[in-house]
Ligand binder design. Structure first.
Ligand SMILES: Cc1ncc(COP(=O)(O)O)c(C=O)c1O
Length: 336
């Protein structure tokens, strides 16, 4: 129940890791590794709902964002960052001050208006609030950004694979949450017009136009591939391929499963006022923690509370069991 933090290590990801280990026995594994990387790009493109050429596979969501933004510098315009963004995402934005950008951290609810009044270079928002689990109205932010010529960047790390991605120019997701990979590779959609405008200095041979040509010149790949940078973490690539093959099958067989899983959390959401959510955040009490650990349930515990974040790796029955256990232990006090 902690998928918003990190996914359980599924049999499919383990199978990917085992395939990577076996690939070492080949004489020259690079061709197989490169093919695996392209399979991953295709699988990620399907989850993102975009063509393969718009998908970058950076080492992490934060580093992918940093490389994309750095490639747009120097630019003296503003980057607006929602104050509900994950700190690492905000850090990647604030780092651009060194390269000329102005960076403002602002409440999510102000972003659409600010974008319209004084068009920034970029707006960076999360798909949902990582404290409450509530879905944010990112579509409005995306259309204001598109209309004002800004690049809309949405961090979907708490949703991709579980919730539909927004139509933003840049979509980010770490690979080790709802995509069920392990740390080491992330998925990033960069629309072609924005990919071509960004010329990253932080690069490596997998970001080059001709990876195997090995020419000592700066010639970035077309489209999003230029953000891939150096040698990928191939163990993570194999694990994510294994996981995404399975996820694709699950979502083909049962497209409504993520909604059923999230819907089974509804009884915990007593103060949700009809808002949609991706996971539930509760004020933590020792009682809840005790009950969950007694039932051998892993939830994401943090200073401000406990996040109950199931995924398609769970069954609806499991979620109902957790909800019953919590409801029978404490009076629910869902956070806003
Ligand atoms: C919402 C969100 N975005 C991004 C990240 C970090 O992603 P990565 O480790 O791939 O940079 C996290 C990590 O927990 C997160 O919660």
């Amino acid at each position: 129940m902690a998928t918003a933090s990190y996914a359980p290590l599924t049999a499919c990801a383990r199978e990917g890791l085992a395939r990577f280990e076996r690939s070492y026995e080949a004489q020259h594994p690079w061709d197989a590794w490169a093919a695996e990387l392209e399979e991953l790009r295709g699988l990620a493109a399907a989850v993102l709902g975009v063509p393969d050429g718009e998908v970058a596979l950076p080492a992490s969501a934060c580093s992918g964002l940093a490389v994309f933004l750095e490639g747009l510098m120097p630019d003296h315009r503003t980057i607006l960052v929602a104050d509900s963004c994950f700190p690492g995402i905000a850090q990647a934005c604030h780092a651009q001050v060194r390269l000329g950008a102005r960076v403002r951290s602002v409440p999510f609810d102000d972003i659409a208006e600010l974008t319209t009044d004084d068009p920034p270079l970029a707006v960076v928002v999360p798909q949902l609030c990582s404290q409450t689990g509530y879905l944010l109205n990112v579509d409005r932010v995306v259309s204001c950004a598109d209309a004002s010529g800004a690049v809309a960047i949405v961090d979907c790390s708490h949703g991709l694979g579980h919730l539909p991605p927004p139509p933003a120019s840049v979509v980010l997701s770490s690979g080790y949450k709802y995509l069920f990979g392990v740390p080491g590779v992330a998925c990033m959609r960069v629309r072609n017009d924005w990919a071509e405008r960004s010329r990253p200095a932080i690069t490596g041979w997998f970001g080059a136009r001709d990876v195997l040509g090995l020419r000592p010149v700066y010639d970035p790949a077309e489209g999003a591939r230029r953000f891939d940078a150096g040698t990928p973490s191939f163990p993570a690539v194999f694990a994510l391929v294994g996981a995404l093959r399975a996820l694709k099958q699950i979502l083909t067989d049962e497209p409504g499963l993520p909604a059923l899983i999230t819907g089974a959390l509804r009884p915990l959401q007593s103060q949700a006022e009809g808002r949609d959510f991706g996971f539930v955040s509760l004020c933590s009490t020792e009682q809840v923690v005790d009950v969950l650990s007694h039932l051998n349930i892993v939830a994401d515990r943090r200073a401000e509370g406990i996040r109950i974040a199931p995924s398609v790796a769970n069954t609806v029955t499991e979620v109902e069991r957790v909800v019953d256990a919590i409801c029978s232990t404490v009076e629910i006090d869902a956070q806003r």
